[in-house]
Design a protein around this ligand. Structure first.
Ligand code: NOJ
Length: 743
């Protein structure tokens, strides 16, 4: 009796409750219906509010305590904010979401953050991670980053950066996947998948494809500088990686700061409306880069904030990060008839869609689970994955006389401020990563080679050196069998606003190497940097080079894993290492020019430098392992193919050593004559191949007509008959070639 009364009461209550539910609150209805219903209830001011994204201030102090942030909470409560960025942790996101729940329609906020290479467990920088060419590992890394961030209240990361970068002067090359459109495309797609999963549940975050478009082409590598690229280059070089990320289902896209064809990307109708929305069918929403709506005023494209908001909306842009132009002026612009309600609704509807999709209307605190925040962050499992990722990101550029791996019980002298300094280990984009929780190179060495490592600083943090430091370094080497010198630049010099005119090894470090060379002992350079540096001078004084980038939490362990031979290096460069600064930009997929340099550099009147070679010091795709591989017998299934055929390419790969190993086999093509010129080589496929000692295997690739096509200036793929070359090898320079004809 008692039981049935309870039942009756519960069912009456539930019915009454569900009757009071408005359609947009009813999870049984489709998201589209709920969005429509909600839009119908919103005022123009509330709609403009949804397009307003403000800085919550994690970098300036906890959002709620900071006086400057209080006025923002008032706006949240009034329904004039759609999203906050830089708010961190379940406590703060929950507290701020409570303000949103006091607003008239209780529309939840989205919390966004730059989770670039990990949230608490820090992974290698994206550029380094890309050098693994390991797509599964890359997807896993992003999914761990997403799980940690989502467990700490974050709904949305501003990654992946899909900008193609040729210029190591640009500090942001660290955030991307390097210089190649194909590799960047497949990597960007995996990053999106890793971050987003299927966007169900609270362990994934929305991805944001940035910086749309062509930010990697900033002149002189200077941050926030002008971009001028033709449609030919836009379509064939810069756009494919954004497109791949959009096709992988990215929920959001970020407008770039730069201009394209003289129009700022935020106000660029061609990019946003014609390409992204119409041609690619992007269904998600756009967010500006930091104040990039307002910065159209500095560009000389908008006369004031109101004009900027108008031009951004007319182009099809949507959420306004930090410039407050939209929420302030959109209602006025609608009233004046300069914008239509339909334009506003389209943008707002897309943002609401994702708020529904993430389950925030059912539970605005869905991502604010303090227990998860403790359980899911910095776990042993995550650290192990980060260590594996770091091992695979290391690129061995040189290993004369096979001095690596070090012999068991070798006495090691480790030199270099960066090997010890935790402060210099990380870049700017590390969310909640803490360097004191990370393993330095010195710590990694000491753990792995216990008792056999001695350390000296060698140079100062500003990269100068003194006689005393050099003398200490020399003393430190007297009893050593092998010397490791950690050169490079501080992690703090990687990322936004870290452009360098001279991405080089400092004079202080060169002096140190020169002096150590005189000891006649083998020297290994460990190069720390968030970009390829010019290593030409340093290269002269060392026997081996490991490019160790910025490897994250497990850096020291990963480097020790490789140096000891517990793991073999397998990474391959994804950006060319310039021979000299004056050679930048230097990249493998350049055009032939009218006067290509002959392989025998005699004679005059061709495209070259008189003082340095044309080629980079280390080319794209380059990296050694502890195993030697031989390539032979490249063969094609046919010498002519039609547009509907598939071409089978086979090469024989042999492991010429007594160690098991793994090689990244790369396939490039060249289209010899086309209506728009084609690069001398274009990566089209690659495979990681595991080989037992003395193993011989055939590696097979299938090439279809799509792989042979390119974009015309309207963004349509075209396929033209003619002569093609196929190149296969372990890097973009050392390849074997076969030729065929497309009929
Ligand atoms: C500016 C950067 O260009 C962009 O990449 C980043 O996501 C935003 N700031 C937010 O921090």
């Amino acid at each position: 009796m008692k039981f049935s009364l309870v039942l009756l009461f519960t069912s009456l209550f539930c019915t009454a409750h569900s009757q009071t539910k408005l359609p947009y609150q009813n999870e049984k209805l489709s998201i589209d219906l709920r969005v429509k219903d909600l839009l119908g209830r919103m005022t123009v001011e509330e709609k403009a509010g949804q397009l307003n994204q403000l800085n919550g201030g994690a970098f300036t102090g906890p959002a709620l305590k900071d006086e400057a942030q209080k006025s923002k909470m008032k706006l949240v409560q009034e329904g004039k904010v759609g999203s906050l960025l830089n708010v961190i942790g379940t406590k703060e996101t929950r507290a701020i979401q409570e303000y949103a729940m006091k607003s008239r329609l209780k529309i939840p906020l989205l919390f966004g953050l730059d989770v670039i290479h990990g949230y608490k467990t820090i992974f290698p920088i994206p550029l380094a991670e890309a050098c693994s060419w390991n797509l599964d590992q890359i997807e896993t890394n992003s999914s761990v980053a997403a799980k940690e961030a989502a467990s700490a209240g974050i709904h949305w990361t501003f990654a992946p950066m899909c900008d193609i970068s040729n210029d190591p002067r640009w500090g942001r090359v660290m955030e991307g996947a390097g210089e190649d459109p194909y590799l960047a495309s497949v990597i960007s797609a995996k990053r999106v998948k890793g971050f987003q999963g299927n966007l169900k549940g609270n362990e994934n975050v929305m991805a944001c494809v940035k910086h749309f478009a062509a930010y990697g082409a900033v002149e002189g590598g200077r941050e926030y500088n002008t971009v001028d690229v033709s449609r030919f280059m836009l379509w064939n070089k810069y756009l494919p990686s954004y497109k791949a990320a959009v096709e992988a289902g990215a929920a959001t896209v970020m407008n770039a700061f730069n201009v394209v064809e003289g129009v700022p990307a935020s106000g660029n109708k061609y990019l946003v409306n014609d390409v992204l929305k119409k041609k690619w069918g992007f269904k998600g929403f756009l967010v500006s880069d930091w104040s990039s709506f307002n910065e159209m005023i500095n560009h000389g494209y908008a006369k004031d904030s109101k004009d900027a908001a108008l031009k951004a909306m007319q182009a099809g842009s949507m959420m306004d990060m930090e410039s407050s132009a939209s929420y302030k002026y959109l209602p006025e612009l609608i009233k004046e008839g300069k914008l239509t309600l339909a334009q506003l609704d389209e943008a707002v509807g897309k943002i609401l869609y994702y708020k529904f999709k993430l389950g925030l209307f059912e539970d605005p605190f869905y991502f604010c689970n303090a227990r998860k925040e403790i359980q899911n962050l910095f776990t042993d499992e995550h650290r192990n994955i980060a260590r594996q990722a770091a091992v695979q990101s290391i690129v061995m550029l040189k290993n004369n006389e096979s001095i690596l791996p070090v012999k068991n019980d070798a006495k090691i002298a480790l030199i270099g401020h960066y090997a010890e300094s935790k402060e210099d280990m990380f870049d700017f984009w590390v969310a909640q990563g803490k360097t004191d929780e990370a393993v330095s190179i010195l710590e990694g060495f000491e753990q792995r080679f216990n008792g056999n490592v001695t350390y000296a600083k060698g140079y100062m943090p500003d990269n100068t050196t003194t006689e005393t430091l050099i003398n200490e370094a020399i003393q430190n080497c007297y009893n050593a069998d092998i010397i490791f010198v950690n050169i490079g630049i501080s992690g703090k010099m990687a990322g936004e606003d870290r452009a360098l005119a001279q991405p080089e090894i400092s004079q202080g470090q060169i002096e140190l190497l020169k002096t150590l060379r005189k000891l006649g002992k083998p020297i290994v350079a460990l190069v720390s940097s968030g970009r390829p540096l010019v290593l030409t001078e340093a290269d002269k004084y060392v026997d081996a080079i490991l490019q160790i980038w910025i490897l994250g939490t497990e850096a020291g362990n990963a480097v020790a894993d490789v140096v000891s031979g517990d793991q073999s290096p397998t990474g391959k460069t994804v950006m060319s290492f310039p021979y000299a600064v004056g050679q930048i930009p230097v990249y493998y997929n350049h055009f032939n020019t009218n006067r290509p340099a002959p392989s025998d550099p005699g004679g005059d009147w061709y495209s070259r430098y008189r003082d340095i070679p044309n080629d980079p010091l280390y080319p794209f795709g380059y990296g050694l392992t502890y195993t030697q591989f031989g390539y032979s017998d490249l063969r094609l299934s046919k010498s002519t193919m039609t547009k509907s055929d598939t071409l089978t390419v086979k090469v024989t790969l042999s492991n010429q050593s007594e160690r098991p190993g793994e090689e990244i086999v790369q396939l490039y093509i060249r289209d010899h004559v086309a209506s728009l010129i084609r690069p001398v080589k274009e990566l089209k496929a690659f495979q990681r191949v595991k080989m037992a000692p003395a193993d011989v295997q055939d590696v097979t690739f299938k090439i279809s007509a799509k792989d042979l096509s390119f974009y015309d200036v309207n963004g349509n793929l075209v396929l033209e008959p003619g002569k093609f070359s196929i190149f296969v090898g372990g890097n973009s320079r050392d390849v074997t070639e076969a030729v065929f004809e497309l009929k």
